[in-house]
Design a protein around this ligand. Sequence first.
Ligand code: AMP
Length: 214
Amino acid sequence: MNIILLGPPGAGKGTQSAMLVEGRGMRQLSTGDMLRAAVKAETEVGLRAKAVMERGELVSDEIVSALIDAELAAMAPETGAIFDGYPRTEAQAVSLDQILASHGRTLAHVIELAVDEEALVDRITGRFTCARCGEGYHDRYKLPEKEGTCDKCGSHEFKRRPDDNEETVRTRMAEYRAKTAPILPYYEQRDLVRRVDGMAAIDEVSAAIEGILG
Ligand code: AMP
């Protein structure tokens, strides 16, 4: 099964993807994670994407679609894909259809995480992750049980995304509103969109998604 998680930054796409990976053995394909890895490794793609990402703007459609194509090519056909943060423009949505077809895959659901934008700024500006295992935390809502120690793997190192500051978050929201939300009708026409209340507690959102996937 292949699904898209759609929603503005901070809607919980990454958190829900991680739960689906753990519970169902699906594979999370996050173009944001791929781009951050490319920036860190200073690849050609990373060098081109770095400044764009720091401003909160969108990287070119060609770059992200090529990343997704390469990941799918390397995946076992029976492993389901969760597209997290892709597609973000109509051109990417069209490319994804072609890429999926070329790998013999179809799209089962587009799950829209509906959220309140102001609450998202609060969510995003406090979030951080374990530098070793990627477990997510928050300054106000989810601190590690033992200060400075990851609950999951025991590491003492944490990191924050450089684009999780208020100014960049506002640009990312504006990009979502202008370019990503308008692709919903593309999928609504095909009756693929399922709306979930992304402001509910993490476990409730997860239960709603499980209900959709069946
Ligand atoms: P994310 O981790 O999904 O919030 O993405 C972080 C940043 O990476 C975004 O603000 C964009 O600059 C870039 N990015 C990630 N995915 C895409 C995409 N599908 N299209 C264009 N830019 C992207």
